[in-house]
Design a protein. Structure first.
Length: 332
């Protein structure tokens, strides 16, 4: 694609959404993130990006006025069923800051994602307030509950996604259709489970021939390097994975055939849709948190391409809807 569209990325985390948008045809104007290790990850992989390390509440978007897209995944705890669902009363709610930034930089399009909990009736009034604010600024707003497994990611990971476009760009926008074939855990991780000669890999592949539950990264206050609550751990066990922690190495020749392996950080990153070339900065728990809290790059890629089609005035082709995230593009 010859034309590069500019994106201002907020709450960028480890760069999952920015990476997916980059492969769709966007160029990152700046990536804003408060976590030091996540900023280190961004700088490690994309040293040419402008990475702004700081609080979104004090960030000024006016220097980026006229950018094509403002995108980000604002913190999910205010709306997560795993939390207290305080919404606007939660100090971590950054939707007001995101709306302020939209007004400051006046992008052609807005992409914001959050947990499924935001789609519940409990937050109907909150959602309506967001829509009214964006409509006042000249946008047409669409919400969609998106399952990551529909776009080449081997986990369910439902996300509630908002796309808002200036009225003149809305005619050709639609959320992408699911791809025809879902990627299973066995297909995503088989080579990594087998790399050190584990004798039980064939049996494991049979168990893992399904979609995983959602990986949960946790927060600095709650959640460590494991695969989530008790129910999720049971689901992982059915796939042949011990969800009680993250391993430093894959299973090897010293492990029995019936060994229940744990995921490594690289395996978790693959489950999230990151290419192997993407490196992470920080210690184990921090890296797992970055991975688990990311927006899967393949999903961002598909939605990003739909937004670009709308900005260009193109109708999205069926082939675009069916193709998967190109890891070779992401690894360059």
């Amino acid at each position: 694609m010859s034309i590069k569209f500019k994106v201002l990325e907020i709450c960028a985390g480890a760069g999952g959404q920015a990476l997916g948008l980059e492969s769709a045809g966007f160029e990152t104007a700046a990536a804003v993130e408060i976590d030091r290790d996540a900023c280190g990850t961004l700088r490690l992989n994309r040293p040419d990006w402008e990475v702004v390390e700081g609080d979104l509440k004090t960030f000024n978007a006016k220097p980026f006025e006229g950018v094509d897209l403002l995108a980000g995944g604002v913190p999910c705890p205010p709306f997560s069923v795993a939390g207290k669902q305080l919404g606007a009363d939660d100090e971590r709610d950054l939707f007001p800051s995101a709306l302020r930034l939209v007004e400051e930089c006046n992008p052609k399009a807005v992409l914001l994602e959050n947990v499924r909990g935001l789609s519940s009736p409990r937050f109907e009034g909150y959602r309506q307030g967001i829509v009214e604010n964006l409509e006042r600024l000249g946008y047409k707003v669409s919400w969609e509950l998106v399952k990551s497994s529909d776009y080449g990611v081997p986990q369910l990971r439902p996300r509630f996604v908002l796309v808002a476009l200036k009225q003149e760009f809305t005619a050709n926008f639609k959320f992408p259709e699911p791809i025809k074939k879902q990627l299973t855990v066995a297909e995503a991780l088989g080579d990594l489970m087998a790399v050190d000669g584990w004798s039980g890999v064939d049996g494991w592949l049979e168990k893992a021939n399904a979609i995983a539950p959602t990986i949960v990264g946790g927060s600095k206050k709650h959640g460590g390097a494991d695969l989530g609550p008790t129910r999720a751990k049971r689901q992982w066990a059915e796939l042949g994975v011990d969800g009680k922690g993250i391993a430093n190495e894959p299973p090897n020749t010293t492990h029995s055939r019936d060994h229940l392996p744990r995921l490594t950080l690289r395996m978790a990153a693959r489950i999230q849709g990151f290419p192997d070339a993407w490196e992470f900065s920080g210690k184990k728990t921090s890296v797992y948190r970055q991975i688990g809290n990311a927006f899967p790059p393949p999903v961002a890629n598909m939605i990003g391409r739909s937004i670009i089609c709308a900005l260009r005035g193109d109708e999205i082709a069926l082939s675009d809807c069916e193709s998967q995230f190109d890891l070779s593009l992401a690894a360059e």
